[in-house]
Design a protein around this ligand. Structure first.
Ligand code: IVH
Length: 686
């Protein structure tokens, strides 16, 4: 006899699983959630509670079973149902054409003249190939590629990947289906993971691929669950006979229906030219993707033609990898250079034996700071790995693997005893991990400060190069001199590279920058610890520069986001005579030192607190914040009883749920705009 309530429990469990599977799919595969985190969490907790009350109703495809509690003792070797092949490479349009010609020749010998080729071009994801086996719709096994014949069973870790269905989304699953695809770590996830590891004093991963490889081979699934992996499906493997498709593309569409993530930009192409053009498009998009690709895989679409073409060695004749130029390379670290930053901190950079990486020649690479250099344990004279991801500045990642073990390594590079820009003896302030040039007149430091200023003030046509030129000519020493360049129009015209139009444009851009708001000016003048957000917060808090300069540390601390240490640092810098002089000069020259719009306590939204969540139809988050603050309101990050309004857009998450819980008014974009205009106007409640 069943326990009381068991039947209801079973029904509710089934309903909850269906709901959770649906919402997990919306979130992880379609990237288009329908409910907020809090609602999802509530459903999940309910399922978890019912399952612990009825352990016999727990099934392996339940979403609660993604992360197993018990580590496996080791990775078991498993023979693949069908060999996992590799791909031949093409590095140019010519090599791609030659491949197509080879297929034509081969088929002609088989009696197939002039085959009408269609191709499918897919991103070649830089991760690890996996074989997923589904029996009657249930994921039973996930295996690494291994040597192509035999791989390792990593099912326990693949189950933690929310994008991999535990059960196929179909009421009529085939008895057997093998799905192949790539497990990878997205760039944002990789970056966040490395930041967490660095903060915890752990070693960082060299690239997303290594990081994914290390994660997928962990014995403890809880560890894998903490390091988010993703998945793209790209191929049908072995399947029972009812699975009949005539094209690869149709197979991919079906995989998408079954719940797998299939890249939406995969398309069918009818000619060589279209394939080449598509490969070039992927190459251009490469830096804009949030995962790494190292090429494009081009496959013959027709499955019968694929079968006729067959395999040579370990490579199918019917597919090829168009490889992009590599983005890592090994070269010798010729030296370490040091540059003072805008506050005097010496920043190291790597001087390299020139090397081709990612299609360009690299001679220098950033090393962030002294700590980064020490952590990477680089030594001058040794070989190092250089990474160039997308369009970002090249970085030195690590010593080449073979050098790190050597007993006779050169000594660790040390920061210089004198500033390379002004020869002042360097210092290491107590408690700081960075060596500093203490000379405030250091030309290197000034150049950085001025470059920061022109960037922050958005002065078109004035960048580091021009700053250096003008400094070299003795025209620029402080930011105030930028606004005195208008007196040098004739000199500007005489400069190489400056025609009449560009000189005029530059002066107009400088003039226009006088309109930048007070908060931006505070950020631009270079107060240590004051970024763009804090600059704006200080401007809002004090309203005028007089009020700010008169503020004590306690008053500074009342500014949102300013803690005691920061307040102290800001106070000291603002008290400095040179800083006061700069502020006085810039004020005299016409820059903004007062907050525009209503002072705090005035305006239609005065005294009201807002929280923004989700995507608004028209406004960006910044614009919405600006509307609120300029009408005298305040924007905060989290919903509490003190919140007056939550402005909710598309895909609003847990904040919306919290607002509803606390009974906080929820308005939409139109509601916000009406409120900002009239203050007490009727809010449009959602
Ligand atoms: S197809 C015959 N498609 O590239 C089919 N592979 O060198 C062989 N890869 O081990 C695989 N993206 O790890 C295929 N869209 C894609 C791919 C892809 C990445 C990797 C996979 C494989 C290697 C082949």
């Amino acid at each position: 006899m069943s326990a009381p309530g068991r039947e209801q429990a079973a029904a509710r469990i089934a309903a909850l699983r269906a709901l959770l599977d649906h919402h997990s799919y919306r979130y992880h595969v379609l990237d288009d959630p329908e409910i907020g985190d809090a609602q999802y969490d509530a459903l999940y907790s309910e399922l978890k509670a019912l399952e612990s009350a009825h352990p016999d109703l727990v099934t392996p495809d339940s979403i609660t079973q993604r992360v197993g509690e018990v580590p496996v003792s080791d990775l078991v070797k498993v023979a693949h149902l069908q060999r996992m092949l590799s791909l031949a490479n093409a590095r140019s349009a010519e090599e791609l054409r030659a491949w197509i010609q080879r297929m034509r020749n081969f088929l002609a010998r088989e009696g197939i003249e002039n085959p009408a080729f269609e191709f499918v071009a897919e991103p070649k994801i830089d991760g690890l190939a996996m074989s997923l086996v589904y029996e009657h719709g249930l994921l039973v096994r996930g295996v690494t590629r291994g040597d192509g014949e035999t791989g390792e069973d990593v099912t326990h870790n693949l189950r933690t990947i929310a994008q991999i269905p535990l059960r196929l989304k179909t009421s009529a699953p085939p008895p057997l289906l093998e799905v192949r695809g790539e497990v990878y770590m997205s760039l944002p996830d990789f970056q966040a993971l490395n930041e967490r590891r660095a903060a915890a004093g752990e070693s960082t991963f060299m690239n997303p691929r290594n990081s994914a490889a290390g994660t997928v081979r962990q014995l403890d699934p809880r560890l894998a669950a903490g390091r988010p992996l993703s998945f793209w499906a790209y191929q049908l493997g072995v399947a029972s006979e009812e699975v009949t498709f005539t094209t690869h593309y149709a197979g991919l569409q079906w995989l998408r229906e079954l719940g797998f993530p299939v890249n939406p930009d995969i398309c069918v192409l009818a000619s060589e030219e279209a394939v080449v053009a598509q490969c070039e498009r992927w190459e251009q998009r490469r830096g804009a993707l949030d995962f790494e690709i190292d090429g494009v895989v081009v496959k013959v679409n027709d499955l019968e033609l694929q079968r006729r073409l067959g395999v040579v060695g370990r490579e199918p004749r019917w597919a090829i990898a168009w490889k992009f130029p590599p983005t890592t390379a090994v070269t010798t670290l010729a030296g370490i250079g040091w540059n003072p930053g805008k506050f005097g901190d010496l920043h190291p950079y790597a001087i390299l034996e020139p090397v081709r990486v990612g299609g360009v020649t690299v001679k220098q690479a950033t090393l962030h700071n002294e700590e980064d250099l020490a952590r990477k344990d680089l030594r001058v004279g040794e070989e190092v790995i250089v990474l160039r991801a997308g369009d970002v500045i090249p970085q030195v990642v690590a010593p080449a693997p073979h050098v790190a073990q050597r007993p006779d390594r050169p000594p660790r590079p040390l920061p210089p005893a004198r500033c390379p820009a002004c020869d002042t003896p360097t210092v290491k302030p107590e408690g700081s991990v960075f060596t500093k040039c203490p000379n405030r007149d250091c030309p290197g430091r000034r150049a950085q400060l001025l470059t920061h200023f022109v960037g922050a003030m958005d002065i078109d046509g004035l960048g580091e190069k021009q700053v250096l030129t003008f400094m070299g000519l003795g025209w620029l020493r402080s930011a105030a001199d930028i606004y005195r360049l208008s007196e040098r129009e004739q000199d500007l015209l005489a400069l190489a590279g400056f025609g009449e139009t560009s000189a005029r444009k530059l002066l107009a851009a400088i003039e226009a920058s006088k309109e930048r708001p007070f908060g931006r000016v505070l950020f631009a003048i270079g107060i240590e610890e004051v970024g763009e957000v804090t600059g704006r917060a200080l401007a809002q808090q004090f309203g005028t520069v007089e009020a700010l300069l008169a503020a004590g540390t306690a008053e500074l601390e009342a500014t949102p986001g300013v803690g005691p240490k920061m307040a102290q640092a800001i106070h000291e810098q603002l008290a400095d005579p040179a800083m006061r002089e700069l502020i006085a000069d810039l004020r005299e020259l016409g820059l903004q030192f007062e907050e525009e719009g209503p002072a705090p306590g005035a305006g239609p939204l005065a005294g009201r607190t807002f929280v923004l969540t989700g995507t608004l139809p028209e406004l960006t988050r910044e614009q919405a914040s600006a509307i609120i603050t300029s009408a005298g309101g305040k924007v905060t990050g989290s919903v509490s009883k003190r919140t007056d309004y939550v402005v909710a857009g598309e895909s609003a998450g847990s904040k919306l749920a919290r607002a509803q819980q606390l009974g906080v008014a929820v308005i939409d974009e139109a509601g916000l705009l009406a409120l900002a205009e009239h203050g007490d106007g009727e809010p449009v409640v959602k």
